[in-house]
Design a protein around this ligand. Structure first.
Ligand code: KG4
Ligand code: ZN
Length: 328
């Protein structure tokens, strides 16, 4: 069965065709990021207006690339939570009209769960249960997953998301938006142990907190950074990144031990970070936990993960009605 996925929860407009929940035939992603750059973050009104303008073309392109037609579709799957209200509504309205016109099932999908599902795309199936770590610009969460409709939240950030902390630190250092890729690049040239930046503790052991470390970077920069040279900035990036990633890794290992599982699936934009991938693989090997990552492209927001999860839920008998709406 061919599923069309639609993803418009943040700045991206994406459409994808996935065969039988696994094989990605096409995955078109159009981002409005360049329109937001000068503001240092996403402006919701700009995002939804761009999505309205581009969605038809993006869906057309994704159909053309996949080599199938609308009549071949078995279901349409769309992110309906969480995200920016106006943006979500663009995708949902488009998906509803297709579902109605083609008389095919409609599936409303949780964006975070879809990020976890990205690990199942173009890969062999993974045995359940497992623990999943989702690290993106809006979320940092650990889940215990028993099935595609059975996700138990183990912990989450109490304040900033990990990707958000990367973005804010980049802003403090004047490195632009988004912060993750540029911080990773500079961190590779810096000393990760030069400055002691630490994430704050949390009452619940599997929760996260990233707002303290971001503030620590801010104070450090204000106090120490006179003539900011590239070596100093690289050391700040490396030291911040190392501490932030270490917290993700150690809590993920604790969660796997607590739930007695031998597999950790990672997803979300921060999962594209090469240092995180390297460190997690090392730590997984030590603890006998197999680590799974999507390809870097599928770590980012995309509609293939939405199509894939939609297929699995459709197979289980789930259907959304035409009253489907956005949930924040
Ligand atoms: O999953 P995503 O594309 O969108 C959300 O659902 O939020 O994630 C975007 C986030 C941004 O905060 C960005 O800075 C971060 O992922 N990111 C990275 C890297 N690439 C993207 N963070 C660290 N290292 C990276 N290489
Ligand atoms: Zn995302």
């Amino acid at each position: 069965m061919y599923t069309l996925g639609i993803e418009t929860s943040c700045d991206e407009t994406s459409a994808s065709i996935v065969k039988n929940g696994s094989l990605v035939l096409s995955n078109v992603v159009s981002s409005s990021i360049n329109f937001h750059k000068k503001y240092g973050g996403i402006i919701p009104e700009i995002a939804s207006r761009r999505q309205l303008e581009t969605i038809t073309q993006v869906v057309d392109d994704c159909l053309e690339k996949s080599g199938i037609t609308l009549e071949d579709l078995g279901a349409v799957s769309v992110t309906n939570r969480p995200g920016l209200l106006g943006s979500l509504l663009v995708g949902i309205s488009f998906a509803k009209s297709l579902s109605y016109a083609l008389d095919i099932p409609l599936l409303g999908i949780d964006h975070i769960q879809a990020h976890i599902y990205a690990n199942f795309l173009n890969q062999k199936p993974i045995r359940m249960p497992f623990v999943a770590l989702i690290v993106s610009g809006g979320h940092t969460s650990l889940f215990y997953v028993k099935d595609f409709d059975d996700f138990k939240l183990l912990g989450q950030t109490q304040d900033d998301a990990c990707g958000e902390a990367f973005d804010k630190v980049a802003k403090i250092l004047g490195l632009g938006y988004p912060g993750g890729p540029v911080i990773e690049k500079l961190a590779a040239k810096g000393d990760p142990y030069k400055i002691k930046f630490q994430c704050s503790g949390t009452e619940k052991p599997l929760n996260f907190s990233f707002s303290g470390i971001k503030t620590a970077v801010l104070y450090y920069v204000r106090k120490q950074l006179c003539g900011a040279d590239i070596k100093q900035i690289s050391d700040i990036c490396a030291s911040f990144q190392e501490s932030a990633l270490e917290v993700l890794i150690s809590k993920s290992m604790v969660a796997c031990k607590q739930k007695k599982v031998k597999a950790l699936l990672v997803g979300g934009g921060v999962a594209a970070n090469g240092r995180l991938r390297e460190k997690l693989l090392e730590r997984g090997a030590i603890n006998n936990i197999k680590i799974y990552f999507p390809t870097k492209e599928l770590c980012m927001d995309n509609a293939a993960m939405v199509a894939g999860l939609g297929y699995q839920l459709c197979k289980k008998g789930y259907r959304s009605s035409l009253y489907l709406s956005a949930e924040l």
